[in-house]
Design a protein around this ligand. Sequence first.
Ligand SMILES: Nc1ncnc2c1ncn2[C@@H]1O[C@H](COP(=O)(O)OP(=O)(O)OP(=O)(O)O)[C@@H](O)[C@H]1O
Length: 653
Amino acid sequence: MSMFGGGFGGPGGGPGSGAIGGMGGTGAGGRDRRQGGGTPFAGIPAELAAGVARLESAEPARPAPDEPFTQQPDTGRLTLWSLLSGRPGLLVAAAVAVLIEALLLQSGPYLVQVGIDSGIVARDVRWLVLAAVAFFVSVLLTAAASAVRIRQSGRLAAYATRDLRVRVFAHLQRLSLDHYTREKAGVTMTRMTSDVEALQHLLSEGFAQFLIHGLTMVVVTAVLVHYHAGLAAITLLLVVPPLLGLSLWFRRAADAGYGRQRDAIAALFTHLSESLYGVRVITAHNQRDAQVAEHREVVGGYRDANDHTGRISAVYGPGTSVIGLLGLAALLLIGGRMVLRGELSIGELTAFVLYLNAFFQPVQQLVQLYTNYQQARAALGKLRGLLRTTPAVVEKPGAGALPPAEGAIELRSVTFGYDPARPVLHDVTLRIAPGETVACVGPTGAGKSTLAKLVARLYDPDSGSVLIDGHDLRDVTLDSLHRQVGVVPQEPFLFAGTLRDNITFARPDAPASLIESAVDAVGLRDLVDRSPGGLDTVLHERGQSVSSGERQLIALARVFVAEPRVVVLDEATSSLDLRSELRVEAAIQRLLDGRTAILVAHRLSTARRADRVIVVDDGGVAEQGGHDDLVAAGGAYAAMYATWESHASAGQA
Ligand SMILES: Nc1ncnc2c1ncn2[C@@H]1O[C@H](COP(=O)(O)OP(=O)(O)OP(=O)(O)O)[C@@H](O)[C@H]1O
């Protein structure tokens, strides 16, 4: 198993991801953009450079976040209110605009009544003109209030969701490898895309509309009572109880429905991301039709979830319409009789009908909004769940920095299992001297990579402790640890960015001379010279435009530039040609010079050159010693070596 295998789209860095290539940090390209060079504009023709610079200078500045990234778990609350109240100024401005808009909207029917009763019926043209002008002004004012409301609530939503996205992303950076092994990438993608968008939709439009329509209903009720208390009571009694009953049913049915819809979207994203990531394997194994069939199944699940929510909405929407129209019919009958009896003017009945209509319009809108609200609530629940996930590897509050390390490593009675009930390593005790290179060998799945992961503190032991220079890794800050322990994973991960971005990933401010010596030391000079833009050549996503051997060399250069005191290197098993293999080996040799190193050695040629070999088997260190001594001792290592040697010579023959 690869040191970083499983989980999130291949190799992943640990928390903080200091010298580690992986999930950690922003993409190399992103960082470079902030520094003003590199990726996006490398290779821009000179005649376009001025235009590009102009466009760049017109872009809004995005200052660094107020709060720096910390390793401490996120303990903040996540509620709709916490999202809304983050920018009180915008909230108040939007709320005031909502209030004005809702009140202005209600002036229409009243002005119609004045126009009819005081203008048309009383044959007074001045009142008619006055009512019409007032109507016109109120429409203009409503439009202005509406513009302010849309602008402010849009800004509020944009800020709130940006903060939320950054907060969840920071949390993802904090989570440790166990999370990425357990959780599917597609599910996390859904949290960050579809779920956040559902919230954004509610925050930008939904809440303001909720308030407008809610207020409208309250104001209209008051106006109806004012016009004719008896008529208002009869009408409302006829419509409100069935409306309430129907809404309660919808709430219950929708709750389950929208939760299911969120899960279905996550499953869809998961399948999509996995099949995109594995497209080469799918093609090579001729599984495209099977993938399509599987995707049809997953999409079918999503369709079913949508169908369910669509079905309940189809009952609720028309149901409320019917109730409203029946109410209007009853009003026409009862109100009409009152007009005939002279208890109500014709203008009042018209206004009453218009107001009742104005009472039902929000109900229709609220149905739609309620759907949005339910979706957002389901999304919020999922995001809250993600934020509550605690990393297995946490930094102690008040942990001190690991002082510049000599590089002495010690494992004291370490027991560890991914499932604590089934330990992979049992009571392992090991000391590695500063500057020593130790090669871990042993059967597949014996726990070699696990031992290396514990030294890089990608996991914590279940019992016992791991120490560097006598400092328990749990007592030092993750940042200071990862800066001094460099990890080269078995499958190096490259970011979409330039060669330089990838080499300086762990140390963006590395001096040019160090980058150049890293390139020479690991044997990347050929690649750099061959590439059209030299170090500024843009690599494709996940480094697909370079060979696997070159990816390994770049990963080695990355650690070289980071200058850690301890190197943990999970050697790749991929078969390189002899020349590449020799190049990688020479690069490793140079990288390890003067550093303490743990090599998970799959090639015994690597083990042969180490200061000490440890054979990991049966949950512990079965044998250890110098290569020659172990071969002479005739134990497990000697047997492995004899087998390897005979294969190697057969291969060469
Ligand atoms: N993230 C994980 N979750 C659960 N089990 C794991 C995980 N990673 C490794 N294992 C299991 O732990 C055991 C030790 O794995 P490890 O990767 O340390 O083996 P290894 O000796 O490095 O193997 P290889 O030579 O194949 O790289 C294996 O049985 C493996 O299946």
